[in-house]
Design a protein. Structure first.
Length: 478
């Protein structure tokens, strides 16, 4: 396991040194990791928790790390000795991977001695921001593709090996059936997917010879790329001949792949040609710069495509290439006394919610569909035996009475007292969890364009705490 302890911004270390010099190392801080609203989606799919836990489990400063920091001349020897004996002893509560989560709802809540909680900020943001972003993009792509399935094909266009590996993992959590990335597939227990490229066809004297050679090698898994020369006049007819050849030998061919051209037109023509030739059981696979918007258009045009391979626009989340995740201090505990903290700003989007928190999701008893989320202070409970009035977090005149509902708390313990307590799960279990979480929402909230606004409200106690802190700060400033 890699030691990523120095995967941090330098100011995390300078702040740690400051806390150390100020005698604050025993103060316990709570930080919330959450994302702010962004244009592409009204909600996200939480991902990356497994790698976040692995990072925390392996936190330590090696001798080389300490020597490197000594060479910066920014820290004294007492602090370097402290780092040499450093380990994470705090706790992390988290939204499970695959869960639908909305802006300002913490994906992770880190509670630990302040030096420990401060150090992990940058790496946790790096891990969770990236995988949550790609899982969310994957959800959108897979939603647009339904009922067709989607494979992740982005390795060669990802921004580096880690982005390719963990992006592919997140894509499967979000709904892709598998990946072409063999290392990712090996690491996370998935079957790698792929057939052949144009170079295979071009390496033979002619297309039919190339197809039959491939069929001889993979008679039970023969899927042929048909657009090397001329899709409809050469590729599909030669694929049909190859499928006849395979079936005569008792094998069942898989189908064809389209990788260029007008996918809607070509797929409809290819489907007719294969059906007329007696190969209606053969599937059509398509790739070529596809995203959710292309998929919606193809569906509107009646494209006959069974499986999509989506690469660049998925693995890079090209329309929104970063998630606005932040890590903000919410509480300080000194000698057993809590001091809620919040960032106050003239820009409402930069305001944070104070205190140690939890989130409840309210579901209709008769539908099992989500009605609203309520961000509460930790320890608050929601009595679902009686009606509940929820209120908009800023526009307080907007209220809604929720009836006949049940409440579910979103968080699980991931790390307690520095030890992992959350069992490991494979990516397909997480994918099933993602589907279950999405199934808990009406389609109006999940549509790609102009989705219905989902209600995420603050409890009365949290709202009042926030108002009190703002008022106190105004008095201090005056």
């Amino acid at each position: 396991m890699r030691n990523l302890t120095l995967l941090t911004d330098f100011y995390e270390l300078t702040m740690m040194y400051g806390y150390f010099r100020q005698g604050k190392t025993e103060e316990v801080a709570t930080f919330d990791l959450f994302f702010r609203p962004f244009e592409e989606s009204n909600f996200c799919i939480a991902a990356g928790l497994e790698q976040a836990i692995e990072y925390i489990e392996n936190l330590h400063f090696s001798n080389d790390d300490v020597d490197y920091l000594r060479a910066t001349k920014a820290f004294n020897e007492d602090f370097l000795t402290y780092l040499a004996n450093f380990k994470f002893t705090g706790s992390i509560r988290a939204v499970p991977e695959g869960t639908v989560v909305f802006p300002y709802e913490p994906l992770l809540i880190v509670t630990a001695p302040i030096c420990q909680a401060q150090l992990v900020e940058a790496a946790l943001l790096n891990i969770v921001n990236h995988q949550t972003l790609i899982a969310t993009k994957s959800r959108r792509v897979c939603y647009a593709a339904e009922p067709a399935s989607v494979l992740e094909f982005g390795l060669r266009r990802a921004q580096g090996p880690d982005a390719a590996i963990y992006g592919a993992r997140a894509a499967v959590v979000g709904g892709c059936t598998s990946t072409s990335n063999v290392l990712c597939a090996e690491m996370f227990g998935m079957p790698p997917k792929g057939t052949h490229a144009h170079s295979w066809v071009m390496s033979f004297p002619d297309e039919l010879t190339a197809f039959k050679a491939y069929a001889d090698i993979y008679p039970d898994n023969c899927l042929l790329l048909v657009d090397t020369y001329d899709t409809l006049n050469s590729g599909v007819p030669n694929a049909i001949k190859t499928f006849d050849y395979l079936k005569a030998k008792g094998y069942k061919p898989v189908g064809i792949r389209l990788d260029s051209g007008d996918l809607a037109y070509l797929s409809k023509q290819a489907r007719k040609m294969m059906d007329d030739a007696g190969h209606s059981d053969c599937k059509i696979f398509a790739s070529s710069d596809i995203d959710e918007y292309v998929l919606e258009s193809l569906k509107q045009q009646g494209a006959r495509i069974d499986i999509y391979g989506v690469g660049t626009r998925l693995i890079t989340s090209n329309n929104t290439p970063s998630l606005g995740g932040v890590y903000k201090l919410a509480n300080i505990n000194r000698a057993g006394v809590d001091y809620p903290k919040m960032k106050i700003s003239d820009n409402p989007i930069k305001m944070t919610n104070p205190g140690q928190k939890t989130v409840y999701r309210l579901f209709g008893r008769d539908t099992d569909k989500a009605i609203a989320d309520v961000i509460c202070l930790k320890g608050e409970t929601i009595d679902d035996s009686k009606d509940l009035t929820i209120t908009h977090p800023t526009e307080r005149w907007k209220t809604k009475v929720v009836t006949n509902f049940y409440a579910k708390e979103l968080y699980v313990d991931a790390i307690v007292d520095g030890k992992r307590v959350l069992p490991k799960r494979n990516v397909y279990e997480l994918q099933a969890d993602c589907k279950g979480s999405l199934d808990g929402f009406w389609d109006e909230y999940k549509r790609l364009s102009h989705p219905h606004e989902y209600k995420v409200d603050l409890s009365d106690r949290l709202y009042q705490l926030k108002e009190n802190l703002i008022s106190a700060e105004r008095k201090t400033v005056k």
